[in-house]
Design a protein around this ligand. Structure first.
Ligand SMILES: [Fe+2]
Length: 279
């Protein structure tokens, strides 16, 4: 039997508000997270870990983090979160006081080891700004940590994508000055995936030679307006989460990223009848 894969689930951009408030006056992000938690709990095999890649709350306010914690209470998976542009480092530190963030102040970076995999979670938030940046201490820590973990495959998570999507108002606020990250990534060929959020819709590109994903959101999606026809807009599209599945093997093994829709769908139905023939 081949070795069991290690499953790292990722959700992103929860935008939790105070109880009873809707995002943009329209989206019930709390109900969306409840459906997402139920889908994660029901998934088999059970994922080994969950990364929440930023924008955990919306404004941010302490009451929103308390609401988030109540909504995450039924979650049956270990998890960790990093900030997005809608988060507050100070409020997150207070809300998740038991998280072993690497620095005692400033960016909330994390290293988590799960079943032979290194998860490196980077804080790309810039207080008070929508765009992302990785400061020098974060890049130095990433470089040193990757040097330390050379024997193990690594997945890197951050909120802001380091590439353009073609959605003009999001590309103005992606990870600026990605050259520093690219230089570190190129020094460490054991990075198997870079996984981001921020855009609320799935996308895939290469960054510094590494497959780099954007995770969809459990709530609304940024409108795929590639023709610059509209002011910044959103659509309530099918919600989903990502599942990064690492198969141990030759070299650093391999990672496949699945997009898992959240909801109830017809099926599963068998392909084959009792006689073994295709139906
Ligand atoms: Fe964001």
């Amino acid at each position: 039997m081949p070795e069991k894969p290690v499953l790292i689930a990722q959700i992103s951009d929860l935008h939790i508000k105070s109880p009873g408030s809707l995002a943009y006056g329209r989206v019930d992000t709390a109900a969306a997270l409840e459906r997402c938690v139920a889908a994660l709990n029901a998934f088999r095999p059970k994922p080994d870990f969950l990364v929440i890649s930023g924008d955990l709350v919306d404004t941010p306010m302490a009451g929103e983090y308390q609401h988030l914690q109540r909504l995450l209470a039924p979650l049956a998976l270990p998890y960790a979160g990093i900030p997005g542009n809608h988060d507050s480092r100070e409020l997150m530190r207070a809300a998740f006081a038991s998280q072993p963030y690497v620095f005692s102040s400033g960016p909330l970076n994390l290293r988590i080891e799960i079943g032979g995999l290194d998860l490196l979670l980077l804080d790309s938030s810039v207080p008070g700004k929508p765009h992302g940046e990785l400061d020098a201490p974060t890049l130095q820590w990433l470089d040193a940590t990757l040097a330390d973990s050379r024997g193990k495959p690594a997945l890197v998570f951050l909120h802001h994508p380091p590439f353009k999507t073609g959605i003009w108002h999001m590309d103005r606020q992606n990870l600026i000055d990605g050259a520093g990250l690219a230089a570190v990534i190129r020094r460490h060929p054991h990075i198997q995936r870079i996984a981001t959020g921020h855009v609320h819709r799935a996308a895939l590109s290469l960054f510094a030679g590494v497959a780099t994903t954007i995770c969809p959101a459990p709530n609304h999606a940024v409108d795929l307006d590639l023709a610059e026809l509209r002011e910044p807009s959103f659509k309530v599209e099918p919600p989903a989460f990502h599942l990064h599945s690492w198969f141990p093997g030759e070299g650093f093994g391999s990672v496949v990223t699945h997009q898992v829709p959240i909801g109830h769908f017809d099926g599963p139905h068998p392909f084959f009848g009792p006689d073994g023939k295709l139906l």
